[in-house]
Design a protein. Structure first.
Length: 425
RNA sequence: GUGGCCGUAGCUCAGUCGGUAGAGCACAGGAUUGUGAUUCCUGUGGUCGCGGGUUCGAUCCCCGUCGGCCACCCCA
């Protein structure tokens, strides 16, 4: 009886060798950008106490209500992190990184877990690059984050395919007033709302603004507008942000109906969206969450951040065909040999790797026909084949043959080989 | 949680009007050229997603289930 083969969990993907070069390329571009702005990396555990997410993300959100991977261990309720911000705040608090409003610009990268039905650009284990800043209340840091992402799109060559949507949610007080007015307006028109929005009237009225239903959107045209409820400070903050973005030439669309799903956002919210990815068009989203640190037991600390979905960015890069060909290249040199030279060949490879730390050299293993070895050399994608045999070694030489274009093989003395490779790779 | 489409070798697919399966590519080995993208030969590999039903007999019909893709909800 053949046992059923164990397969990966639904929505949990293996990232195979054919894909990892693209991931590494993207990660390298992101890191270069973050480094350029002086952001520091922080790494948090993947598992936290369940209550951390309940208190931060919001008890009534879908993430907490039905999407968390939660389990019991040692009489504690633990959860695989569904997002990174809560963990980051917890870590900063725990290690006094943001005590007394000490400033921090931090980033992290890694898997997040949400129990949802997978579809294009959405998986149960997915990967985010998160950026969080603390201790800075002014709009210039909001602007910096947006400018930084903007620069990343330029680096990745997708800038003309993404649009920045911008909104402000105001202070929690202004938001509460607006929410009350909105509910008041919608309650009497409840029967005109789509089914989902009727439900949201109780759970999360602001999200009705986001509804995809055309009839609901039409109804909203006469609804109260947040700009009539916004507090003075938030309005000022928002206009400062816009002035900064204007000054550096980052274009944006004001979207008064942009509402983020997580409870902790206030004032600035933004999303970079694309229409290249089907229904999951948001590749990067974030906003200000000045109240969260206090909510988690710390002192009031201003904070802004955002998260990018790595899978979505990669889908984007592939759809846009902007992945440089050299990304897939993993080898510079493939060493082949004929005759009884296994020992000197191994010594040569070792010596070259010692002398050229950046050299990517792979040896053909197990001997075999020289013809096959050369085929393997070509398939390997290496720039050069290094040919070792008894005759050449007797003369203190090795053969170097270019593989990318059909070129003549040259013989180099062992003494010159290292320098030659250093110059020609 | 809801809905639509789909499920035959690693990949792309064919096929049996119901009698337990094939091609190309890929992979491994070999022949030849004896330092590579040609040609030729051979081989590995599927109880036709899984379970049940109808039938003498099902991969092909029916039901269920699992998985994949996409969409809703929600979100990165």
């Amino acid at each position: 009886m053949a046992q059923d083969k164990i397969k990966a969990l639904i929505g949990m993907n293996d990232i195979l060798p054919s894909q990892t070069p693209v991931w590494r390329f993207l990660e390298a571009q992101v890191k270069a950008t973050l480094d350029g702005f002086g952001y520091q990396e922080i790494r948090m555990p993947l598992v936290e106490q369940t209550s951390l997410f309940k208190r931060s993300v919001g008890e009534a959100t879908d993430i907490v209500e039905k999407e968390m991977y939660t389990f019991e261990r040692s009489e504690r309720s633990l959860t695989l992190r569904p997002e990174g911000t809560a963990s980051c705040v917890r870590a900063c608090e725990e290690h006094q990184l943001i005590a007394n409003n000490k400033r921090q610009r931090l980033w992290y990268m890694g898997p997040m877990f949400r129990y949802e039905r997978p579809q294009k650009g959405r998986y149960r284990q997915f990967h985010q690059i998160g950026v969080e800043t603390f201790g800075m209340a002014s709009a210039d840091i909001d602007a910096e984050l947006i400018i930084m992402t903007h620069q990343l799109w330029q680096r990745l060559n997708i800038r003309d395919k993404v649009v920045l949507q911008l909104n402000t949610l105001g202070s929690s007080e202004a938001r509460a007033n607006f929410k009350a007015a909105l509910v008041e307006f919608l309650v009497v028109r409840k029967d005109q709302l789509d089914e989902d929005s009727q439900r949201r009237l109780d759970t999360n009225p602001l999200r009705i603004l986001d509804s995809k239903s055309p009839s609901t959107q039409a109804l909203l045209n006469d609804a109260p507008e947040f700009m009539d409820y916004i507090d003075e400070e938030s309005a000022q903050h928002f206009s400062e942000l816009r002035a900064l973005l204007d000054a550096v030439g980052v274009e944006y669309e004001i979207n008064p109906r942009l509402v983020r799903g997580l409870d902790y956002y206030g004032k600035t919210v933004f999303e970079w969206v694309t229409n290249e990815l089907g229904a999951q068009g948001t590749i990067c989203a974030g906003g200000r969450y000045d109240g969260l640190v206090e909510q988690l037991g710390g002192k009031p600390t201003p904070a802004v951040g955002f998260a990018m979905g790595i899978e979505r960015l990669i889908l984007m890069l592939e759809a846009m065909d902007v992945i440089p060909a050299q990304v897939a290249k993993t080898l510079d040199v493939y060493l082949v040999s004929e005759g009884d030279v296994a020992v000197p060949a191994m010594k040569l490879a070792t010596q070259l790797r010692d002398q050229l730390p950046k050299l990517r050299l792979q040896m053909h293993m197990g001997g075999g026909k020289f013809n096959k070895q050369m085929k393997k050399a070509v398939e390997s994608g290496a720039s050069f084949a290094l040919v070792v045999n008894e005759e050449k070694l007797a003369n203190g030489q090795v053969g170097v043959k270019p593989l990318l274009e059909r070129g003549e093989q040259i013989n180099l003395s062992l003494d010159n080989l290292t320098d030659w490779l250093a110059q020609n790779l």
